[in-house]
Design a protein around this ligand. Structure first.
Ligand code: B12
Ligand SMILES: Nc1nc2c(ncn2[C@@H]2O[C@H](COP(=O)(O)OP(=O)(O)OP(=O)(O)O)[C@@H](O)[C@H]2O)c(=O)[nH]1
Ligand SMILES: [Mg+2]
Length: 393
């Protein structure tokens, strides 16, 4: 089976017209395309960085507020500068992009501009026939991010084409396990990258929280780098909207390597290729690796059996229901840290008390933290940050 086509879509800086691209994204994912959506008001460098890290086939830009000739051309130029000119650029902007503009843009290296009145199926057809062919063998590159991004694609593709019959065979082990395994080896020098796993129900604020923690990490560690492996579900047509990047603000930074993964048919919050991708990232030179699962249900325990994370963080929404629901959430037994996010909401106080009582029954040293991830400089997020980063992982 061929891997889904992966593309990135975005709206340029100083432009909030995202209704067209939202409709187009939906049509693409229904037709089996994986769309990494970067959101609106995005700069050329943010778009190119994301496209390189995500190793997409093409970038689709929707532009309405003018400056499109220069903006699209800058994206093409920066891709070239990074040695990533195999990533193609296309897009539209209704009547704001004239025929004359489109000709100028094509001359500057843009693949195709879609005008007002084009049907959605024409766009799907274009993407399939232009960006769906198997890739030619790619030359090795020196830039580490491009190289890393391509290796991650190879891992994902191998699982899709079933070249990896036994998933998890080379699963990474947690730092504790690795320590145990190597305790008899003298002079062990290679550093082991701590892996922090974030899970919890859809919309609880996992991505927003990770973004705020990354901000604190970047400030505390002026030269450090962090990797994020973020999951979103594949839909029935086998496409996926990989939308976590659209929520990220602080993580649009050269010191953050982020990769979005679709679950590609696997239940439980992760993708069949997650473990191998994680193994690769934890061997690369990052100070931390963060994983975000898909929004999960009561029975989910995405990090349990495999020991792939060093710290297990469950992010909850105060609106989980009642005490009875808390008895059913398996992750409440397994998490090292439980975060009640959205503490600005009315039910947050009650949620804190109920979750605290539930955790007491476990008789383990689990931490409970209340946060408001969407508020800058939230003291709860500060507390979580010190807990994670100052902890001996
Ligand atoms: C809807 C709309 C809004 C909504 C936006 C809602 C949203 N969240 O997107 C609201 C009301 C908020 C809005 C606000 C503004 N708008 Co307005 N808006 C429009 C409008 C009416 C439609 C745009 C649209 O979504 N079309 C629907 C899409 C699906 O169809 P389409 O545009 O024909 O695009 C086709 C192809 O090009 C292709 N396509 C488009 N993008 C892409 C991308 C890819 C990857 C692909 C493959 C294809 C593709 O898909 C379509 C298929 O047929 C246009 C006028 C118009 N008729 O175009 C003005 C328009 C774009 N807006 C305009 C302006 C000025 C503004 C404001 C600055 C107004 C103000 N003074 O406040 C603000 C700015 C907002 C901001 N933050 O950027 C101007 C821009 C003028 C310019 N560039 O010179 C326009 C042209 C109106 C006008 N004639 O003055 N706007
Ligand atoms: N009121 C409130 N809203 C928040 C808070 N944190 C995040 N949100 C909002 O909650 C919504 C979902 O946030 P995300 O960070 O995307 O949640 P998520 O858990 O990553 O979602 P999935 O990846 O889809 O499972 C967004 O609209 C955020 O702005 C918070 O502390 N308070
Ligand atoms: Mg998320």
């Amino acid at each position: 089976m061929a891997s889904p086509i992966r593309i990135l879509t975005a709206v340029p800086i100083c432009d909030g017209h995202d209704s067209a691209i939202n409709t187009i994204n939906l049509e693409f994912i229904r037709h089996g395309i994986e769309v990494v959506y970067l959101g609106y008001h995005r700069s050329v460098s943010d778009i190119v960085r994301a496209a390189v890290q995500e190793d997409v086939r093409a970038i689709g830009i929707s532009s309405y507020n003018g400056g499109h000739v220069e903006f699209f051309a800058e994206v093409v130029n920066l891709l070239r500068k990074h040695g990533a000119d195999e990533i193609k650029v296309f897009g539209g902007g209704g009547g704001t992009i004239t025929d004359v503009d489109a000709t100028a843009m094509r001359r500057k290296g843009v693949d195709k501009i879609f005008f007002a009145g084009t049907s959605l199926s024409e766009m799907v057809q274009f993407v399939r026939s232009n960006y769906g062919k198997p890739r030619k063998k790619r030359r090795r590159v020196k830039t580490t991010d491009i190289d890393l991004a391509r290796k991650l694609t190879e891992i994902e593709d191998a699982f899709t084409s079933r070249k990896r019959p036994t998933p998890n065979a080379q699963r990474p082990t947690s730092k504790a396990e690795k320590k145990h395994q190597t305790s008899n080896i003298k002079h062990q020098t290679s550093p082991v990258t701590p892996v922090i796993g974030f899970t919890g129900p859809g919309g609880a604020g996992k991505t927003t929280l990770i973004d705020e923690l990354v901000l604190r990490f970047l400030r505390n560690s002026p030269k450090g780098r962090v990797a994020i492996l973020s999951h979103d579900p594949s839909v029935v047509g086998e496409g996926a909207l990989l939308g976590d990047r659209a929520t990220m603000i602080n993580s649009q930074n050269d010191r953050v390597f982020m990769r979005s993964m679709a679950t590609r048919g696997q239940a439980g919050g992760l993708s069949p290729a997650t473990h191998d991708c994680l193994a690769l990232l934890s061997r690369a030179s990052f100070d931390y690796v963060i994983i975000e699962t898909v929004g999960t249900g009561q029975e989910a325990m995405p990090f349990r059996k495999n020991g792939i994370v060093d710290l297990n963080v469950l992010v909850m929404n105060p609106d989980y229901g009642s005490r009875l629901q808390l008895q059913k959430i398996v992750m409440l037994d397994l998490a090292d840290v439980v975060v009640v996010n959205k503490s600005d909401l009315q039910r947050a106080r009650t949620a804190h008390t109920e979750v605290e009582q539930r955790l007491e029954q476990n008789r383990r040293s689990q931490q409970l933290v209340d946060t408001v991830a969407k508020r800058h400089r939230d003291p709860g997020v500060d507390k979580l940050f010190s807990l994670i980063w100052k902890r001996e992982l």
